[in-house]
Design a protein around this ligand. Structure first.
Ligand SMILES: [Zn+2]
Length: 327
């Protein structure tokens, strides 16, 4: 009986262990599936984009004196794998933080400011995950001669994120142009607006998308009325994101597309940002996809347009660095 009892107790023990073992196997399988699914979000899957009719090339009559210059203010490093699906983990990309000076007889403009003098202090306002290690070069204010800074009549941020508006803090008194969506986003004090909202006495100047459709974008705003600088809404990365088209007298055209894509491959492959990055930023996937389609269609049909993602240094290669300029 004793033996029978012992046999019975070890049988009961085995019965108790079996569910534990099954649960462990189930958990391991779930973990493996989760890991594989996560890895898949970085896989080189081509982004499926819709066909877009971008219409005729919009007319532009830029003055001969108009020019643009790049103002590189620094870089931060990230693996290509975090920039677009299919990027390599071993390939480090130097993300550019570059402002663009547009010189126009009716008043100069600055598209994005890159890193300002106080970028270190500003970064501490962000969640630690977003405090990217970076290399600070020369802020815009230090690159521009004092006299030249005075000629800037407005700053057009492609969106309100720190790496695009950090230098606003150095350029006191120069109005920051914001659309209605831009003002709503800034006033929401939502994630991504911490740095801009920490600046004192920013003078916002509203503008409205009062113009016709432009290269597939439903509305536009013509800065000078001559078609040389035209802003279109491109929400998706953030609700306030815009694309700034700059058309030069020579016939060269540029589209400063902000963070629609982080590197050229986003447009050329096309490839979206990895799921994890889109989630962290809170991007609207469908809007991004449509805007990538619009930019691909526009640059394919009209090769005189160069699309410039704000963080791809290669995209700036045809733009002279200040004080030189491209006409
Ligand atoms: Zn950015």
């Amino acid at each position: 009986m004793a033996l029978a009892f012992e046999g019975g107790s070890s049988f009961l023990l085995r019965m108790r262990r079996r569910p534990v073992k099954s649960a462990l196997i189930g958990f391991a399988i779930l973990l493996l599936v989760a890991l594989l699914s996560f890895a898949w979000t970085f896989a080189p899957i081509r982004l499926d984009v819709p066909q877009i009719d971008v219409g005729a090339l919009p007319p532009a009559a830029p003055p001969a004196a108009m020019s643009i210059s790049a103002l590189p203010t620094g870089t931060y490093e990230a693996p290509a794998a975090l920039a677009f699906r299919g990027g390599s983990w071993s390939e480090k990309r130097a993300f550019a933080a570059t402002g663009v000076l547009v010189r126009h007889p009716k008043g100069d403009l600055l598209i994005d400011t890159g890193f300002g003098r106080n970028v270190e202090r500003q970064l501490k306002l962000l969640p630690s995950l977003q405090q990217s290690p970076h290399h600070l070069g020369r802020p815009v204010i230090d690159q521009l001669a004092e006299t030249h800074a005075d000629t800037i009549t407005a700053i057009i941020p492609t969106h309100a994120h720190w790496d695009h508006i950090s230098g606003v803090d150095d350029l006191h008194g120069i109005p920051v142009l914001v659309s209605d969506a831009g003002q709503r986003f800034i006033d929401s004090h939502g994630e991504g607006t911490e740095v801009l909202n920490s600046f004192r006495d920013v003078s916002y100047r509203p503008y409205h998308f009062d113009g016709a459709s432009y290269l597939g974008f439903p509305v536009s705003h013509d800065m000078y009325g001559d078609g040389s600088v035209v802003i279109v809404p491109a929400p998706g990365h953030t609700p306030d994101s815009v694309i700034v088209f700059v058309n030069l007298h020579s016939g060269k055209r540029y589209a400063f597309i902000g963070d629609l894509v982080w590197q050229m491959e986003g447009l050329t492959r096309p490839a979206e940002k990895p799921w994890m990055m889109r989630l962290l930023i809170g991007e609207n996937r469908s809007e991004i996809r449509t805007d990538i389609a619009r930019m691909r269609a526009a640059t394919t049909l009209y090769p005189q347009i160069t699309a410039v993602p704000a963080h791809d240094g290669r995209a700036f290669s045809s733009i002279a660095i200040y004080p030189a300029s491209t006409r």
